[in-house]
Design a protein around this ligand. Structure first.
Ligand SMILES: Nc1ncnc2c1ncn2[C@@H]1O[C@H](COP(=O)(O)OP(=O)(O)OP(=O)(O)O)[C@@H](O)[C@H]1O
Ligand SMILES: [Mg+2]
Length: 366
């Protein structure tokens, strides 16, 4: 995947920013608060048509304006394409090769990128929610039917929880839950199966990356942890186990007024040298681990699609020592990379590539 140009007519504080990146390393630099991450966020928007920083579309629209408008030309899947997003507070319009698309689902998978940002440290420092979110976004990118299943799962879960909420007051019978449990288990079984398959791939890829980053000095590992003890080997087994679990926990779910078992409660356990990295990892180790996971994600896209996703590295180099920075740049040497930083370091300056200085939402110089 190579972006030939990216244009932000207006997006957050960016105004008329046109950049024509090279196919290697592109350094976006400038002082704090100038618009560097906004460029990364703008490019990322074409991957899933959502921001990685906010759920609220309105935040992307420049203050005092009614809409944002970003576009880019890129080469991927053996052809040149253009994408454009024009969005008001309520309506997002997406154009592919100047033709409006009816559903963004139909073009997911046309443009791949992987973003590494300080907020991804939450992958390590945050709770299960952050980890599930990471998994769900990563799998949805390569498997749009997973995104559909996830959506359906959460809809059914919402109904089941609404029922539980008033269960005792309304003197409902437990049979009321039967149909919701069956539906939830059916889709939940698919989600668990896909997640476990993905984790197996991610494990191989990210252990390998972490070994490289740490020069084999530290041992990284991860496991998918389910809310039930027993684990199935395929979709049907996962469905059956989940159905059983939902039935078993009906009584306590009624008391607690929510659904306590299922993929919405699962987690990823991440360890360094056999210890939980969240509690025992240093700042640099935690950052390296989040990078290993994100690089792992990028390699999986690469393996499955034969495309190299665009790597968006937002402010991630600052806490890594020179060896670790070098490893990452070296690993990504055949990829198109965007790196933001305040002051390009020695390592990054040594790499050939293009520089873009951003001041107050404008691209001012190389
Ligand atoms: N909707 C918006 N309209 C106008 N300006 C906005 C909007 N959203 C954010 N900004 C402005 O964008 C700037 C932040 O941009 P960005 O996050 O890209 O900074 P940065 O260059 O990455 O800085 P840092 O080095 O601190 O990470 C801030 O000045 C902020 O006020
Ligand atoms: Mg920033």
């Amino acid at each position: 995947m190579i972006i030939n140009n990216f244009y932000a007519e207006q997006f957050r504080n960016l105004k008329d920013v046109m950049i024509e990146p090279c196919s290697g390393v592109n350094m976006i630099y400038g002082e704090n608060g100038q618009g560097k991450t906004n460029i990364i966020e703008g490019i990322w928007m074409f991957t899933g048509f959502k921001s990685f920083r906010t759920k609220r579309n309105i935040e992307l629209i420049p203050h005092e304006e009614e809409f944002y408008n970003i576009s880019m030309n890129f080469f991927g899947n053996n052809r040149e394409q253009s994408f454009q997003i024009k969005s008001s507070k309520d309506v997002q319009e997406v154009y592919r090769n100047k033709v409006k698309v009816t559903s963004t689902r139909s073009i997911i998978g046309e443009f791949f990128s992987v973003v590494f940002s300080p907020s991804h440290l939450n992958l390590i420092k945050g709770g299960p929610n952050e980890k599930r979110k990471f998994l769900d976004i990563a799998i949805s990118q390569i498997n749009p039917s997973y995104a559909r299943n996830l959506n359906d799962y959460y809809k059914i879960l919402k109904h089941r929880n609404a029922l539980l909420h008033n269960f005792e007051e309304n003197n409902y019978s437990e049979d009321f839950l039967e149909i919701w449990d069956e539906n939830l288990a059916k889709i939940g079984g698919k989600i668990i199966t896909e997640r476990k398959k993905y984790i197996e791939k991610l494990k191989v890829a990210s252990i390998n990356c972490y070994e490289g980053i740490s020069e084999k000095k530290e041992k990284f590992n991860l496991e998918y942890v389910q809310s039930g003890k027993e684990e199935g080997n395929d979709e049907k087994e996962n469905e059956d186990i989940l159905l059983e679990l939902l039935k078993e926990s009906r009584y306590s779910d009624i008391k607690r007024k929510f659904t306590s078992k299922g993929p919405h409660r699962d987690d990823i356990e991440i360890k360094l040298n056999e210890k939980n990295i969240r509690n025992f990892g240093s700042q640099g180790q935690q950052r390296s681990a989040s990078l290993a996971l994100k690089l792992g994600e990028a390699y999986i896209i690469n393996q499955l699609t034969d495309e190299t996703p665009v790597a968006l590295l937002d402010d991630v180099m600052s806490e890594l020592d020179v060896g670790r920075q070098n490893y990452i740049l070296n690993e990504l040497k055949d990829w198109q990379v965007f790196i933001t930083c305040c002051e390009p370091t020695q390592v990054m300056r040594m790499k050939s590539g293009k520089n873009f200085e951003i001041i107050n939402g404008k691209y001012v110089s190389e």
